[in-house]
Design a protein around this ligand. Structure first.
Ligand code: ATP
Ligand code: MG
Length: 573
């Protein structure tokens, strides 16, 4: 392939909205051009990378027995109401919805559980046809609140989504294990450093769930892991051994104290000379379900933080936000800063974190402006709350297995595997005839890989000040042969010859035969990030070229005759 004939254009300026390196470099290299917020056109180089990545995904999934299909992007509302997901997704604002000429409502697929469940329900009638695992690689549409970081968080992006159907839980466990294996091989082949972490199953629901995280400082996800035991989880899901708190001792009678203008945990610590761990703070949230909105109160130990993902799961609500001042006043009858479990109206649901369970003599608010209560004992001085794990685990705390401290890292979620169970098949009435002759709902798993996000993540992990450094397996070209002065016959001839020989050796090579200055070519090739460069310059007449490994810019002069072998060797390393 000749760069003179390929639409390769590099830009001098970074896009104004580029906050992360992959967005900046992909735009500068002409790999992508923004069409609308979170919507990109992939140029020829980008598409080569995306095709290679997709091919790796296909090969590894096919190896595990999955079958490729293609589902529609346009999906009827009906299917989404049959699973019960339309309201949640509309409420989240994530769904792109539209109406056809007959005013029938549709959406653009953000994911395809409904479509595939309906498809399999139509074609699979007996346990004898199971298991089935179907996947597609296709554009997905999500109206993200903050589309940003280029390909990392788009509103239209490429996803591989797979769905497994089994007769029972054992079958699902096996399908899940196969996908886990395939994913590990996919990201290894892509040359990425990643970690598999326990994940929150979120709006899609289900039991077991793990995320594949590419480790990078620009990642939007926080991972907590224990080097000693191998425990690793997304902070949304992570647990830890809670830091110790002082013993409350035998229950004492509750005592109300005037605390004018004392509202925050820190002010209370100073006022009462008590550590935050001796308090239970009360935080009010407004939670939304499809048919109602409610203010709920959450008790958390004073020194610890509430995890809103865990809270939303405990409430099984559609969404959640901190209650505003007016709702706090309405719910507690007091100013902000004085909410508590004592004298809390029966209409306000009361939840508490496990770290306050069984504690005695707590300091809390009592829903009276200017007052707090000492020696509050739950169940005696107020209702007994519903206890859940609602706490955000933090780095430095002990891993839940007790084997060592938790450490923190940033990650980019490139893949996600879920055990769904029968959530969708039951809701949608999708059944097969089991061996015992009775209809049973399919036991499902679902699996996603952000194909376009993975390409961007590869750049977050592999770049330097000069540009991208593609892992060979997903580089648009693995090697570029640059003719520095195309007017010099010796250089042109040797360049063409090497291009031909590398091609004949089955290598994905491009020839930089553009009429540009050597400086411009060096700059471009460094930016574009192909793993190996072969520079044909002044010593072409002697049959000597410069051999450059892009990672680390390792340069050496070598005989032209050695080029093919050296490229192969460099790619193996
Ligand atoms: P996130 O938490 O980053 O919003 P998600 O958990 O909602 O992602 P999934 O539903 O698990 O995403 O989708 C499967 C995969 O698709 C993700 O692991 C991710 O790699 C990719 N993906 C999700 N949303 C986007 C997006 N807006 N742009 C690009 N890739 C995405
Ligand atoms: Mg996910």
């Amino acid at each position: 392939m000749r760069l003179s004939q390929l639409l390769v254009v590099t830009l001098r300026e970074d896009p104004a909205d580029a906050e992360v390196v992959s967005h900046r470099l992909l735009a500068r290299g002409g790999y992508i051009v923004k069409t609308a917020a979170g919507v990109y056109t992939y140029g020829p180089l980008m598409w080569r990378t995306l095709r290679k990545l997709s091919q790796i995904v296909r090969e590894e999934l096919d190896r595990e027995g999955a079958q490729e299909v293609m589902m529609p992007i346009l999906q009827p509302k009906e299917l989404w109401t049959s699973s019960g997901r339309w309201d949640r997704y509309v409420n989240d604002g994530i769904l792109f919805t539209l109406k056809d000429r007959k005013q029938t409502e549709l959406c653009l697929g953000p994911t395809h559980e409904e479509v595939i469940t309906d498809f399999v329900d139509t074609l699979v009638t007996s346990y004898k046809q199971l298991p089935v695992n179907l996947y597609q690689i296709q554009d997905k549409f999500r109206d993200e609140i903050r589309p940003r970081f280029g390909l990392m968080r788009g509103r239209e992006f490429i996803m591989m989504d797979a769905y497994s159907f089994d007769a029972d839980q054992k079958g699902l466990d096996a399908a899940y294990a196969r996908m886990d294996r395939a994913y590990r091989r996919i990201f290894e082949r892509c040359g990425l450093k990643f970690r598999v972490v326990q994940a929150d199953a979120g709006a899609i629901g289900g039991s077991g769930s793990e995320e594949f995280m590419v480790l990078a400082d620009t990642g939007e996800d926080t991972i907590l892991y224990c080097a000693e035991s191998g425990y690793a989880a997304n902070v949304e899901k992570a647990t830890s051994v809670a830091p110790a708190a002082p013993e409350g001792g035998p229950a004492r009678p509750m005592a109300k104290h005037a605390t004018p203008e004392i509202r925050s945990v820190q002010q209370l610590e100073e006022f009462f000379r008590l550590p935050a761990a001796a308090m239970a703070k009360t935080v009010l949230y407004k939670a939304v379900w499809h048919d109602r909105e409610e203010v709920v109160a959450v008790l958390m130990r004073g020194d610890l933080e509430i995890n809103e993902v865990k809270l939303a799961n405990a409430l099984n609500c559609l969404s959640l936000k901190l209650a505003d001042e007016a709702s706090i006043r309405a719910a507690t009858g007091a100013e902000v800063g004085f909410a508590g479990p004592v004298n809390l109206g029966v209409k306000v649901r009361l939840l508490a974190d496990l770290t306050v369970q069984g504690r005695t003599n707590l300091l809390t608010g009592c829903n009276e402006t200017g007052f707090h209560c000492l020696d509050v004992n739950l169940g005696r001085d107020c209702r007994m709350p519903e206890f859940h794990d609602l706490r955000t685990a933090r780095a430095g705390e002990t891993s839940p297995d007790g084997k060592g401290p938790l450490r923190q890292a940033r990650g980019i979620e490139v893949g996600h595997i879920f055990k769904l169970g029968t959530k969708y098949s039951t809701a949608m009435g999708a059944t097969f005839m089991a061996e015992n002759g009775k209809p049973q709902p399919f036991v499902m798993g679902c699996y996603g890989i952000g194909v376009s996000r993975t390409a961007a993540a590869a750049i977050e992990q592999n770049h330097d000040e000069k540009g991208m450094v593609w892992p060979a397996a997903i580089a648009p070209f693995v090697v570029a042969v640059a003719i520095l002065d195309i007017k010099r016959e010796a250089q042109s001839k040797l360049g063409e010859d090497l291009h031909g020989r590398l091609q004949a050796a089955g290598l994905d090579v491009c020839l930089d035969d553009r009429p540009l200055s050597p400086g411009a070519k060096f700059k471009d090739l460094d930016l574009l990030g192909f793993p190996v460069q072969v520079i044909v310059g002044r010593r072409a007449e002697e049959g000597v070229v410069e051999f450059v490994v892009r990672r680390g810019s390792v340069k050496s002069e070598i005989p032209a005759a050695d080029v093919v072998a050296r490229v192969q060797e460099a790619l193996r390393g």
